[in-house]
Design a protein around this ligand. Structure first.
Ligand code: RNT
Ligand code: ZN
Length: 419
């Protein structure tokens, strides 16, 4: 059966509940999803750096052939992935993806280090987001950056932070719209610290110093701080914990970033959105999929993902949420990772926009909780797939599994030549 025929039937089913599928498709396509550049190269980065400039913080597992080795390859891969993904997209660049002829250390980076990304974004008609990089550097080796007890090291990272905000501002100016900046630090310790207070005090002080730079326009450089429960090598103590980040964000009028993989293994984030948005203007989501630990698996269209977007729909806070992806799987074709994960996120958005929110909330107001439960359950078997297929068709990207062969063709013509 054709996509159109299936869609007409589905449309009528949803219309019976007062849901306009055409409008849902339009709205779902219009919400930007920020693609993280780091899936292309397993978070290695493209800095020109002296040998040995490396160290701590993050890890991708796997060794599938075809990793992007430079900016040109990463951008080509992103273009390929983006051609198979429906809806509005942005690209999220980390500071370690700077491209310069000579070595420029993190504290001396300028917008010029990202000129290639900015030129490319303009040519693609997309906007960029930015992240300072507090890892993969010798000054991150001992596990502490902005909270380092060594004043010279701490000051170095503060300078990096200040530089990052200027870069983001320049990106925003070039694209004529805000650049969302995510602040994540790996700071923490493997085992029980004797002092949990000191690093947190230094972390707050460092952020205060960075954010004190009023020359940066906060409508252009929009900052979010990302929490984490634990990481590899920081199993016992993470300085920027959930409480630290939400308290910091609220007290400083900043945004909070919640990564779906950064909580206790059975803890989900959808229930937190309605709390944080009482007290802050915007939140940033790192849409990811944890497996047992913060393993950054490729995002899938699962209950956790649906619940996040359903919550946004039911609170009608679409304009207060920034959606970015954060996964890195080096064990599979990386284009496949991008396309599967981003299409899943877009599906989650569409799925939520097809929710019978008004009816559910009316039932709730009337105390009809059996009806509420029943309708939620019945909606799980509505013909969602037909609406999703129509969204892909309207967006001009492959419908259903058809994109798998495009991925394979790119693998044999481009990725396999990378050795
Ligand atoms: C790490 C955080 C962070 C990074 C990226 C690369 O645990 O999730 O967001 O994944 O900044
Ligand atoms: Zn993250």
């Amino acid at each position: 059966m054709s996509v159109e025929k299936a869609y007409e039937l589905a449309k009528a089913r949803y219309a019976a509940f007062g849901i306009d599928t055409d409008a849902a498709i339009e709205q779902a396509m219009d919400l930007a999803i920020s693609l993280h550049c780091w899936q292309a190269d397993d978070v290695a980065g493209f800095e020109t750096k002296p040998a040995g400039l490396d160290g701590g913080g993050i890890m991708a597992t796997g060794n599938y052939p075809g990793r992007a080795r430079n900016g040109e390859e990463a951008r080509a891969d992103l273009e390929m992935a983006m051609s198979l993904i429906p809806g509005k997209q942005r690209v999220n660049v980390h500071a370690c993806y700077s491209e310069t002829a000579d070595f420029v250390d993190r504290d001396e980076m300028t917008p010029a280090c990202f000129q290639k990304w900015m030129d490319w974004a303009q040519q693609q008609g997309i906007a960029l987001d930015f992240n300072p990089t507090f890892f993969a550097h010798p000054k991150a080796e001992d596990g502490f950056t902005l909270s380092n007890r060594d004043e010279a090291v701490r000051a170095f990272w503060v300078r990096h932070g200040k530089a990052a905000r200027k870069i983001a501002e320049a990106m925003a100016e070039a694209q004529g719209s805000p650049c969302y900046v995510n602040w994540w630090t790996p700071d923490g310790s493997k085992d029980i610290p004797a002092d949990r207070f000191g690093p947190r005090a230094r972390m707050a002080k460092s952020y205060d110093e960075i954010m004190a730079d009023d020359s940066v326009d906060k409508t252009k450089c929009v900052d979010f701080i990302e929490s984490k429960l634990f990481g590899i090598g920081s199993e016992e103590y993470v300085v920027s914990s959930g409480e630290f980040c939400s308290d910091y964000a609220i007290s400083r009028g900043m945004g909070l970033c919640m990564d779906m993989g950064h909580f206790h293994p059975t803890e989900t984030i959808h229930g937190k959105i309605s709390s944080h948005l009482q007290f802050m203007d915007k939140i940033l989501l790192h849409v990811s999929r944890p497996i047992r630990w913060d393993s950054d698996h490729v995002t899938l269209f699962n209950d956790d993902l649906k619940n996040v977007f359903l919550e946004i729909q039911r609170g009608n806070v679409w304009d207060r949420v920034v959606v970015a992806l954060d996964f890195f799987d080096a064990s599979i074709n990386r284009i496949g990772a991008y396309v599967t994960g981003t299409r899943a996120a877009r599906k989650g958005i569409l799925y939520a926009l097809l929710d019978p929110t008004a009816q559910l909330q009316a039932y709730e107001a009337e105390g009809k909780n059996a009806q509420r439960l029943a309708l939620m359950e019945e909606f799980k078997s509505m013909p969602f797939a037909a609406v999703w297929d129509m969204l892909c068709e309207k967006a001009g990207v492959p419908v259903g599994a058809a994109w798998i062969s495009d991925m394979e063709a790119y693998e044999s013509s481009v990725l396999s030549a990378r050795g």
